[in-house]
Design a protein around this ligand. Sequence first.
Ligand code: 13P
Ligand code: SF4
Length: 303
Amino acid sequence: MSLVEKINKLKKEKNAIILTHCYQNIEIDEVSDFVGDSLYLSRMAAKTDADIIVFAGVYFMAQSAKILSPNKKVFLPNMNSGCLMADMIDVENLRLFKAKNPNIPVVCYINSTAEVKAECDICCTSSNAVEVVKSLNVPKILFAPDTYLGKWVEHKLGNVEVITFNGFCPTHLRIRVEDMQLARRQYPNALILAHPECHCEVSKLADFVGSTKEIMEFAQKSDNKQFVIATEKGVVDRLNRDSKLNNWGKEFILINENIVCPNMKCNTLEDIYRTLETECNEITLDEDIIDKARLSIDKMLSI
Ligand code: 13P
Ligand code: SF4
């Protein structure tokens, strides 16, 4: 029996599902029930009837699934799958940030730990950050940890001051202005699509800025045939696969071959099989943290 068949058999026996982020190694899609971005996967985690969720993504995503489905067992296939951005802020730093800027609502990016979420007013993902901030209807907010997504929201809304924590995604910051300029020269007919975690100077040069899901939808719907993608390699791999499978006749080019999130690529099919078989790497959280963090995620999901 192949590894894929063994995983699928175990999934059935244990009533388990596998949620997979688009930055994962593409072969993981073969055993996945749902593949998508953080917002979509959070919604699926909240909705499922399964007893077990294996989250093929990074640590904060599996924690969010646990917060949304506290009575289910949630597993991360490889415990080395952290998120460097999420690790840039802890509760102490967040409290200092709040103390320096008192009485201002705090929006936290879903790329943060459960403990940080528990200290914030509302959560957001890159798909809904603009709507979440707009829904607060206030002139000023604090945004943590990603400074660039925060600044992107400020730019999009135009009438809200966004005071940002100084976190960032090291993978997206590897995309430089020179990469964008080179891509324009090399592929004059291509549209350049970028993730809002990119540096603001990079985002300014893109034809479209959006979350993983928004980039994928834009690429599918567009009449253009060639695209340069300024986000993680997993998105490019999936777009090229889907183009081939569905005869879109489109070509997707990664802006720079180094745009690979090492943490996202930790999970393998072997890890998933071992996790399902032995039920190792379970995500556990204090009830108190779950209850508090859930408030900020639920508020986001209700928008
Ligand atoms: P999405 O919200 O677009 O899924 O992005 C998650 C992420 O970690 C981007 O680096
Ligand atoms: Fe975190 Fe960046 Fe990796 Fe996304 S791409 S999981 S923000 S380190």
